[in-house]
Design a protein around this ligand. Structure first.
Ligand code: SAM
Length: 335
């Protein structure tokens, strides 16, 4: 097998697949209130096309982990079938979903039965009014029942992803961690990145990993003896707490901007319209949909994917004066 290697010796084994660019929330840091110009249906990959590319990734390119995201992946009608198809592959990849949790109450068991291993739920606040202001929707209760449903369906460890923003929810790190500890979820805080549709990101307004850790000082966090490997989150142990599996409880911080981990990146991305992106911040994409619809063989598609990954840059370059925010926002890339 010839894997997805780049010029810097990194090998991509973790595939992020965006299943739709649509979302049922309108998080202020992600999308404008009116939403975005959604992909026309004919441009979106069909379920069969998604399944084919995931199969090529696993069978021909050495992908071992597939995360389905979006937009909001639970809005994709064929999600359960897509998970089933991926779970039937050999070698079987680990399968994850990143979701806002709305609809998870209904979907958790079918997803688990289809073969989903784990889930990440995005939740930026535990305060209903703040939630409504931040997401422009009154859906906090749905997210909370979704989290519970995921845990009882065995989609564990359930991880909560939180973006902290200055003057909005930056004071909530301790409350969110306490909440996660109480229910056995794993809390992760993510630095806000320049991927908003409105292009309003400001580095000085970003709550940094260092600030997040300082606000968690009362928990007496301890260095995690388990190596981080290629995971984006740096993790710490929370003394005196166990997770749902009886392991020491952990909290993660993803310092994408101030503590970039590009040197260990093992990710490759596929957008809902079939474009390979070799980096979240790539400004170029490779069109597998066009090749596929033009009759390309599995080997042709695998080779085009390899070529796309070879051109991956050493780092995302957010700190370079020449940094250009990608044209697609996070919701259209797949977060
Ligand atoms: N709808 C799903 C969800 O809410 O998890 C999946 C897509 S969403 C784009 C994935 C994650 O990206 C969410 O946790 C969201 O908070 C995060 N996100 C969106 N914009 C971001 C940004 N500019 N910087 C960092 N994280 C961002």
């Amino acid at each position: 097998m010839t894997v997805l290697a780049d010029r810097f010796g990194r090998v991509a084994t973790d595939l992020r697949v965006s299943l739709t660019d649509r979302c049922n929330l309108r998080c202020t840091y992600c999308m404008p209130a009116e939403g975005l110009a959604w992909l026309p249906r004919e441009e979106q990959l069909t379920d069969d096309e998604v399944n084919r590319l995931v199969r090529i990734g696993v069978e021909l390119l050495g992908i071992t982990e597939v995360r389905f995201t979006g937009g909001e992946p639970l809005l994709r009608r064929g999600l359960v079938g897509i998970i089933q198809a991926a779970a039937a592959l050999t070698p079987r990849p680990r399968l994850m979903v990143t979701t806002n949790g709305i609809g998870l109450e209904r979907m958790a068991v079918p997803l688990r039965e289809a073969g989903l291993d784990r889930i990440n739920v995005s939740l930026d606040t535990l305060d209903a009014e703040r939630f409504q202001a931040l997401t422009r929707r009154d859906r906090l209760a749905d997210v909370l029942v979704g989290l519970e449903a995921a845990a009882s369906a065995g989609l564990t460890p359930v991880k909560i992803n939180t973006v902290l923003m200055r003057g909005i929810n930056e004071d909530e790190a301790p409350a969110l961690l306490r909440f996660a500890l109480r229910y056995g979820y794993q809390q992760r805080f993510i630095e806000q990145m320049p991927l908003d549709a409105q292009h309003q990101w400001d580095r000085h307004e970003m709550v940094t990993a260092e600030e997040i850790l300082a606000s968690l000082a009362p928990f007496g966090l301890q260095a995690d003896p388990v190596s981080r490997g290629t995971a984006p989150a740096e993790t710490w142990l929370v003394p005196g707490h166990l997770d749902a599996a009886g392991e020491p409880a952990r909290v993660g911080v993803i310092g994408s901007v101030t503590r970039p981990f590009c040197g260990d990146c093992d990710r490759t991305r596929l957008t809902a319209d079939g474009q390979v992106r070799n980096c979240l911040f790539a400004t170029e994409e490779s069109d597998l949909r066009k090749l596929m619809r033009g009759g390309a063989s599995d080997d042709d598609l695998a080779e085009a994917w390899r070529v796309a990954m070879r051109g991956k840059r050493a780092g995302h370059g957010i700190d370079d004066p020449s940094f250009l925010q990608p044209a697609r926002p996070m919701s259209a890339i797949g977060g």
